[in-house]
Design a protein around this ligand. Sequence first.
Ligand code: FPP
Length: 224
Amino acid sequence: MNPLNHVAIIMDGNGRWGLENKSSRNAGHKAGLKAVEKIIKASIKQKIKHLTLYAFSTENWKRPKSEIKYLFNLLENFLLNKIDDLHKQNIKLKIIGLKNFSPKLNKLLRQSEHKTKKNTKLQINLALNYGSKFELINAFKKLKKSKKIINEKNLINFLQTKDIPDPELLIRTGNTKRLSNFLLWQVAYSEIFFEKKLWPDFTGKDYNKIIKTFKNIKRNYGNI
Ligand code: FPP
């Protein structure tokens, strides 16, 4: 049985779900948030230590302003309403990506991270305004400036995922098979599962099924 500490998820398909079911992309994001809550619960049951969720990429700024505004409102309300509950459940929240949103949201993100920083049950790494190429270029620049030798260990120290183990498992929902600039360095040896269902339709049962399959894979890391 493979150990499983870290699951990373590309939550794709909100927009399509919203258009198909409620004639609005934003309704898909709202439903997507419900799926997030279900997967947090299932992760705790599975004793997973890190759950990384791709909530907003550096490329998502190209979307209509109204959709971006809706997404950040959703996030803001989620934090305002749920951070105490997450804290009570011993969940730690960490943001990966650049926190350059409105002063109000930046403050709320910082407060939420600070409040939960000592929690140990599950760490939710929320990838917000995150792009892997940007992260890598930045890390190389910092490494060069530090004058340290260029090797894996030193580079990792300058990634935004410093102190987070690499995910053993990456799931992408929404019937699309690409990585979309997500954790390109960190998924070098991850098992990748592409799920046909759109994110709002993805359930704890679907998640558990993937985990069961993952646990039985023979992982060789280049060996035989
Ligand atoms: C991708 O689906 C999803 C996003 C860009 C946003 C993810 C946001 C959530 C799941 C809800 C909010 C989460 C938090 C933590 C507050 P898409 O819109 O690209 O779907 P499409 O491919 O069907 O257009």
